[in-house]
Design a protein around this ligand. Structure first.
Ligand SMILES: [Ca+2]
Length: 487
């Protein structure tokens, strides 16, 4: 009887254990079994994960024998407990393995989650970058479209300007042709007017007509053209050419040297030199005023040395450029020289003669028309004879692009308004209003009247002309006579 009771107790215990298999004490409290209450055993050591149980026997009315006994069969109780423990341990081990497996899975899942997070973050960054690049591309496209529009506008403008230029060039050519024709007509009419005037005077005055020199008949094929030509050249001549202190009909009395103008250019303390070529050889490369002294004279000469043309070393004998100086002067003036060394001037026949005696010189004549074009006439040799020979001109052979209008003056003496040495029956200086080596009278008049604008109208050909370049009625804008020793 007692053994049966222990067996029932053991069974009850086993079944209870199976039912509440390691549930927590909370779950145990929630269990509202009418017959079994499992109380919490507190405190439970968290490290001790083994379950421990307290079996409470339900209160019931004991009607039979009580199986609890302190002196019960110990061997049966020990055997059951070991089995249980073995089972429990086996189950526990199994669960631990499952837990470990689950833990591994959880770890792997955690890594995957982290990787997923990283990937998501990366994806967001990539999206942001793609958006940024797209915006940049959009801006670039817009910019290129704007550029292409601007380019198209510029091309249109270039086309318009080119078209306008072509139209203007065409118009300019038309005007140049018309001007050339009109200039020819003016030239011819001047000759005709002069002839008619002569005929008229001859008829009225019954032959008591002053003899006038023949006009230069050269009408060049290509007149230098400029846009400032008007029919008011004569007025301009009267008002402007001699507006700076001299009258055309009364030669200036003060010769160069007596009342010299204040120098406005550079004047080196170096020197004196025999000529500008020696100045150049001394190392001076700046064009300007230098002191010269020729071998034949003790007199110092202020002269303009041109070092900017053809390697320099040119001594300037004469210069015209703005009409600021009257060149209609007497013999004494032409002998001594006059004008401003840094502007219009005449170096003086005496000085030119003394310079030429020092060696073999060549002559360069530089002419500039009213379009700014410059042409040159060079003569292979140049010197003057003495005053007793009327400063007779001695020229070599011509070369250049201005045409040779000076060789016809070769061998002629110098003529001024008060000393007639020319080949004409009258005085060429009176008609040409200058001093020159006149023939009868000549193909060039570089000491004539400075007319503004080029083509001029005058009773006589008294402008600064060079027949081969512009004709007798085209007054040049500037002219220079220069000498340098022959190379
Ligand atoms: Ca004469």
């Amino acid at each position: 009887m007692q053994g049966l009771t222990w067996s029932l107790c053991a069974l009850l215990c086993l079944s209870l254990w199976e039912e509440s298999h390691c549930r927590s004490s909370r779950d145990a409290r929630r269990t509202k079994g009418p017959s079994l209450i499992r109380s919490k055993r507190a405190p439970i050591d968290p490290d001790d994960k083994r379950c421990s149980y307290t079996f409470l026997v339900p209160q019931q009315k004991i009607t039979g024998p009580i199986c609890a006994s302190t002196t019960g069969p110990e061997p049966d109780k020990d055997r059951v407990t070991r089995m249980d423990i073995a089972d429990v341990r086996e189950v526990l081990n199994k669960q631990r393995r499952e837990i470990e497996t689950l833990q591994l899975v959880v770890d792997v899942d955690g890594n995957l989650v982290n990787e997923m997070k990283l990937l998501r973050k990366e994806s967001r960054n990539m999206n942001s970058r793609v958006t940024q690049l797209y915006m940049q591309l959009l801006h670039e496209i817009i910019r290129k479209r704007d550029n292409s529009l601007e380019l198209a506008q510029l091309e249109n403008r270039v086309l318009n300007v080119t078209s306008e230029m072509m139209r203007l060039a065409s118009r300019y050519r038309e005007l140049a042709a018309r001007f050339s024709t009109m200039a020819g007509v003016v030239n011819n009419q001047s000759v005709l007017i002069a002839a008619l005037e002569e005929q008229c005077l001859r008829t009225v005055g019954r032959g008591e007509l002053p003899i006038v020199p023949p006009l230069v008949q050269v009408v060049p094929q290509h007149l230098p053209v400029n846009n400032r030509f008007t029919n008011e050249i004569q007025r301009d001549h009267n008002n402007r050419a001699f507006a700076r202190g001299s009258r055309m009909d009364s030669p200036t009395a003060s010769p160069f040297g007596i009342n010299p103008p204040p120098p406005q250019g550079t004047l080196t303390a170096d020197g004196p030199f025999k000529d500008c070529y020696q100045v150049r050889q001394a190392g001076h490369t700046t064009s300007g005023m230098y002191l010269l002294k020729t071998n034949a004279s003790e007199r110092l000469i202020q002269a303009w040395c041109e070092h900017g043309l053809d390697n320099g070393g040119w001594t300037v004998l004469q210069r015209r450029r703005d009409g600021s100086v009257n060149f209609f002067r007497n013999w004494e003036n032409y002998k001594k020289g006059f004008g401003n060394i840094d502007g219009e001037h005449w170096l003086g026949l005496d000085n030119i003669y003394n310079l030429g005696k020092q060696g073999d010189y060549k002559l360069m004549i530089e002419l500039e028309d009213w379009t700014g074009k410059k042409v040159y006439a060079e003569y292979s040799s140049f010197h003057l004879e003495s005053e007793s020979e009327g400063y007779r001109l001695r020229l070599g052979t011509y070369q250049g692009n201005a045409g040779d209008s000076f060789s016809s003056h070769n061998g002629k003496q110098f003529t001024t308004l008060d000393r007639d040495k020319d080949a004409f029956s009258g005085n060429c200086a009176h008609f040409h209003k200058g001093g020159w080596w006149y023939n009868a009278c000549g193909q060039t008049n570089l000491n004539g009247v400075w007319y503004s604008g080029g083509v001029y109208r005058s009773k006589f050909q008294d402008g600064i002309f060079w027949a081969e370049y512009g004709g007798g009625f085209y007054s040049l804008k500037s002219a220079r006579l220069m000498i340098r020793p022959i190379d």
